[in-house]
Design a protein around this ligand. Sequence first.
Ligand code: GLC
Ligand code: GLC
Length: 650
Amino acid sequence: MYEQVSHSLLNDILIGLDPKVGCEDLKHFYIRLGANFYTIHSLFHQLYGDRRDFRVQLHKLVDVMAKQYVSRPPEFRQRDLAREKDHDWFLSQKLVGYALYCQEYAQSLNGMHDKLDYLQELGINLVHIMPILDGPKGRNDGGYAVRDFRKIDDKYGTLADLDTLSADMRSRDMLLVLDVVVNHTSDEHEWAIKAKKGNKKYQDYYYTYSDRKIPDLFEETMPEVFPETAPGNFTWNEDMQRWVMTVFNNFQWDLNYKNPAVFIEMLDIILFWANHGADVVRLDAVAFLWKKIGSASQNEREAHLILQLMKDCCQVTAPGTLFIAEAIVAPLEIIKYFGEDAVNAKECEIAYNATYMALLWEAVATKKTLLLNRGLRNLPTKLDRATWLNYVRCHDDIGLGFDDNDIRASGYDPQAHRRFMVDYYTGAYPGSTATGVAFGVNPKTGDARISGSLASLAGLETALLQNDEHAIDTSIRTIILLHSMIASFGGIPLLYYGDAIGTLNDNTYLDDENKHHDSRWVHRPTLDWNKAARRHEPGTVENRIFTAIQKMLAVRKQIPAFADLNNREIFETNNPHLFTFLRFTSRGIHSRVLVIANFDLSPQHLNLKELEAVNLFEHRETKDLYSGNTLSTKSGTLEIPPLGFYWLAL
Ligand code: GLC
Ligand code: GLC
């Protein structure tokens, strides 16, 4: 529909654009603005339409978009055009990601150059460098409390170093992912400092209150994210003589998106990093962007409107840039961060598949796939032009965000089952060899989460200590099985640094006064490059894990059916230890691949007749694309080894 109001407003805005902006070649900017303006206007209106200065704010918004377009390096503008043409580019099975801390991995941004070879050797072409922006020493939540959104922390290097690194990465065809912490700032951020000094304008950037009236109302329904270390959601600030909302740690002040100035500032920052080489921007804690009394203040409708608006604005200035939603919330909520009531993703193109991650850990603990199958089956299909980040471990804890109904339907009691998970992974459960650490224990609700490195959770630490060859083998198989699951499921596998060489827990955080209370540090070690070097020594633990994952990633890239085009069908079989799904495509070789995984410690059998409905096994043999072995299907059953998996070409 032709929309007069929005059209005449756009005319006004364009006429009023800064003359400096006007002399640039803005053809593509204008085309994209024209195409997106109706939506931008209506979203901005839904959020801020009741303000008297609405039009002024909208002018400012477009001004920011135009200015950042003008400063966008020509190379990136070219890349934008190419990506617009090939708009499904990021759904390719060729992408493989890796998340790392720059300092722990390579000491500094400059140190990264030499260490890119290691990543390429493994098969990585998308690298998430965890937060590198300026933050206070110690009180920075691993970089997620930012003091200056445009300055790189001295300990990592400079903006020029980042530009050099991103150029090096481009020359190697590697994509760069950077964080923008959109939900909060450090209490030492310039805005917070001004707010503390009594500046009203900046107090309005946050949620601040002179007394407990409103904070108490919020508290009635807001859960606590870090109940042990940062109970409550508000902190009294002595300088300001006001309460300020601090959902995460007390030094992380929540930004108030009811104020359009906040939205515009944060968009400007996102575009700034897009212009400094971020192919993908990871938007932190997006579920928390809108707070509402009487609600949990998570997953609110307005949080989604904000993300849609951010996406539409970014689409105008830097359309080649993708967004990752970091929303570690309930399964049915996560999927909404792609957008709702749409065909194509309209919020973030990529989201952490926290559901799959937690379900995989559940399957490892129970050795059964009941909840895994059910949990996935009950998820709606995601939108097109949207993809998952499939991961086993990341820098955060493992939250047990299963759906209670799914737990019950799988025959377990929700509370008892979550308790079992925590006991299992902290090694308290009889027979468990896992050595994780509890995180976020909340005595009021009984909730808890789990920290620990992949290898330690998989029992490798215990196995090595006991020098138990069989147990070592079991944990290595678990690590490889889990990676095979993220490599084949559909989406971008995201490896966590250290996992491909079996890095164990690192307890040195216990001696650090800024870290000892936060067990997530147990899985954020300095990468041991001597250990990494052992990946080349046949027979070592490092070699066994590294070469298996390396091979798996190389095979993945050759299987077009592993691209993420909503081309997966999960089959439930009568064997409760197996997880079986079909990946398919109309393109290229291996157009149908059946993935079968056995989560049990004994060999399991799959009765092929159960899959007959889809007529999968026309031939008397089939090839496992991972191992290259040919398997006979003559007998009508397949045996899957303990903690083994197959990628069968049909
Ligand atoms: C995100 C980060 C996490 C951090 C939190 C608060 O969830 O992944 O590490 O603690 O945001 O910024
Ligand atoms: C909660 C938040 C998530 C954050 C995590 C850190 O799960 O939802 O955003 O990463 O806490 O532990």
